[in-house]
Write a protein that binds this ligand. Sequence first.
Ligand code: BDR
Ligand code: CA
Length: 321
Amino acid sequence: MNSPNPHPIYLDCDPGVDDSLALGYLVASPAVRLVGVGTVFGNTAVETGAKNACDWLALMGAGDVPVAIGAKKPSNGEFHGGAAWIHGDHGTGTVTLPESGSTPVDRSAAELLVDLAHRHEGELQIVAVGPLTNLAEALALEPRLPRLVRRVTLMGGAALHPGNISPVTEANVGKDPESARIVFAADWPLTMVGLDVTMRNTFEEEHREALRASGSRSAHHLADVLDFYFDFHIDVYGRRCSALHDPLAAAIAAGGIVPTLAPTVAVDVDDTFGPGRGQTICALGGMHRGFPAQEDAHCSVALEIGTPVAPHLVDVLTTLP
Ligand code: BDR
Ligand code: CA
């Protein structure tokens, strides 16, 4: 059933296998309306990610959603190639998506985000599932952005869970810690969906099969792309399955999944060049007292999710064309 008032969402992403699930979720969820997509370097080069976003959107029946190319590299460094061993050479496992012929708009992702924030003042939600370079650029372009936006939900960081690119650092934050630090410090309500929850919720073969068998062409392609991603996770979990990083952030932003524990606490990002570079330092000292309120804290850190995530994703993704 369509929600009477779906709220507008801008997705910032680096597609990427799990980014594609997030994209599909936001297209399909009746609770939200995807109004723009920006891409950033990360799992692939930014142009490859933008082409993937265009092709996925066309396949998903949402070819009218504007896609903008964003940052090619971190604010303080170079792009050293994507994560082909996780997401495949082109961000789609071993699958070649149907060519849409659609092209990105003639604006940067940061410009598109600022335009959308003005057009949907007080309503726009940002879902960020790649390095945070575009969001930091948008904050520099429009310092009032935190007052224009309703909430930022990002996949990134790790509060109590080990990191995935260093012992303490998660990939999206670690690929541009300077930008992440700016985004976490900005005065907007922010939900951090980090490895604490994304690594504890998996997509299994039965869920992939359900996508494939659903009769949805988009869901079938998502199942195929997941095949390669499942192989990567054998070394992580000891079986073929996957973590649910980006789609969990999308589902939380859309309200389809509600964290059962997400204290609002101060979060800082280590942007020094020591062994903690890219760590999200979350002030969780109140954990044994039920997390008393912290003055000026504006980051909710998702620590527990009650509902099983994978069946919910299957339900939503199989409504795609
Ligand atoms: C994050 O890194 C990327 O590889 C995934 O797409 C996800 O956004 C997980 O650390
Ligand atoms: Ca991503």
